[in-house]
Design a protein around this ligand. Structure first.
Ligand code: FES
Length: 251
């Protein structure tokens, strides 16, 4: 069955429901995500449509359901439409983002305090955590930064996808997602022990160990590339830690 026929079948099997996109009513199949419903309604994503897989944060959406005082949030690519929902998207939130020369930083908590002094305006209301579509404990990582524990802040904020919804609800005007990102950068660069095998691999790259193989791939036609890809030696699902491929030229 063609993709179009499959889509038509899905739409036929779905019930049509009314939703409101930026205040205007549309009838859409109830099986669609908000992102697909917006497209179904005739809107076209020209830029900022993002990954469509719940990892890039480009599709932050706020919506309200009938009879509720509460604003809800979600990722348009992951959230399924509901009858009578009023929604709009926040593809970008104009939160303060400090500029810094990362190479010039020493990776201390004090540097984060001075780049983001608004950290200390947090009143621990936890609104940021409640709106996070990734269930990140946002207030907790901000508290960790305030304590100077950047590694803990990096750990707690690891699933952040930089959608900015936390900042949109913050009464202290904190840009939580930018602060978490800086904590993760500092942790990766200064607080985590360097991986020795990575150093070896970088040295191998710089010594040109993979150059010949890459040049061969770049010179290959599409059929050859497909053959190389499908016939490549793969690690069996049940392989143990000591598994190594037979072809070790590029290890
Ligand atoms: S489009 Fe990337 S998270 Fe939704």
């Amino acid at each position: 069955m063609s993709t179009q026929a499959e889509e038509t079948k899905t739409e036929t099997a779905s019930k049509m429901i009314p939703i409101y996109i930026m205040g205007k009513q549309y009838e859409v199949p109830d099986s669609l995500t908000i992102m697909k419903a917006i497209e179904y309604a005739g809107y076209k994503y020209i830029r900022g449509c993002g990954c469509r897989g719940g990892v890039c944060g480009a599709c932050a959406t706020v919506y309200r359901k009938p009879g509720e005082y509460k604003i809800r949030t979600g990722l348009a690519c992951q959230t399924v439409v509901e009858p009578e929902m009023y929604l709009t998207q926040l593809p970008f939130y104009p939160a303060n983002r400090a500029t810094y020369d990362f190479e010039a930083l020493e990776g201390t908590p004090e540097e984060v305090f001075s780049l983001y002094p608004e950290l200390f305006r947090c009143v621990a209301c936890n609104a940021c955590t409640k709106v996070c579509p990734m269930d990140v404990e946002v207030m907790d990582f901000i508290a960790a930064v305030k304590r100077g524990d950047l590694a803990e802040a990096a750990r707690i904020s690891f699933d952040c996808i930089q959608c900015g919804l936390c900042a949109s609800r913050c009464m202290g005007e904190l840009p939580q997602y930018h602060i978490g990102q800086l904590a993760r950068r500092i942790t990766g660069r200064y607080l985590t022990p360097a991986a020795e095998h990575l150093k070896t691999m970088v040295a191998n790259i710089e010594a040109g160990r993979f150059s010949k193989g890459l040049e061969e791939l770049k010179a290959s036609d599409e059929d050859t590339l497909k053959k190389v890809y499908t016939e490549r030696e793969m690690e069996p699902a049940t392989a143990g830690e000591d598994w190594t491929p037979k072809e070790a030229a590029y290890l």
